[in-house]
Design a protein around this ligand. Sequence first.
Ligand code: ZN
Length: 264
Amino acid sequence: MSFRRIRIVVLLGLLFATASLTWLEQYIARGWKGPLVVELVPINGDRSAAAAETIAALKADDFSDIGDFLEREAARYGVQSGTALKLTVEPALAAHPPAPPQGGNVLATMAWSLKLRWWVYRQSGQWLPEIGTVKLYVLYHAPEDGRGLAHSLGLQKGLIGVVHAYASPRQARQNNIVIAHELLHTLGATDKYGPEGYPVYPDGVADTTLPEDAPQRAAEIMAGRYLTPGGQLTMPASLAQCVIGAKTAREINLDGAFARQYAH
Ligand SMILES: [Zn+2]
C-alpha cells in the first residue's frame, strides 16, 4: 500500500472508532438502566480567593438536588431507575479547558470540539477513555456586580460539560440549574429558548395546557426561564421549580427507557 492509502485507512479507522465510541457512550448514558455516572471537576475560573474557598468546601451532597430532580422527573415519565445520579466531586484542576471559538464558523467549532475531547482525555490520566461517564468541568468565578459569566455548554459527543458558575453559597441552587441543563445537553437535549431568551412554546414551558403568554409557576429545564404573572422572564429559584418537558424527555430517551421497562 502506498503511504497515501495507509493514511486514508488510518484516518477512516480513527473516524470509525470515534463514531463507535460516541454511539456506545450515548447508549450507556441514555439507557436509564442504572445511575448516570458523573464526574464533576472543579476549576478556579478566575484564580480568585472566593473561588478557591468555594472549591475547597465542595462535597457531592452540594449537588444532591440534581439527582432528586432527575429521579422525580424520570418517575413522572414512568421510568423507575432508583438512584438516578452517581456524582463524585473530583480533585480541583489548575488547567482550563480550551475556550470555544468566537462566531459561528463550523470548521473552527468542529476543530475546537475535537481539541476539547483530546484535552479531557489527557486530563483524565487514564489510558482508555472512560466510556459512559459524563465529565462536568465547573469553573468557579467570584461574583462581580454587573458582570455576567461566559456561556456554559454541554457536548453530546464525548459527554462533556463546561459550566461557568458563581463562587457563592447563595448561588449554589442556581448553579445546580445550569449544571443540570448542561448535563441534559450531553444526553442529547436541545435548548428550548428563543433569541431573546423567551421559552419556545410549547416545548419550553412547564405547563403546556396553558396558553402561550400565560404566566407559569415553573420552568422547563432546557428553556431555563419562565414568565411570571408580572410578565417578567425569570430564572427559577431552584431545581424544585424545574421540569423536564415532553420533548426534552424524548431527546434524552426517557420514553425509550419507559417502553423497554414495560416491553415484557
Ligand atoms: Zn443550553
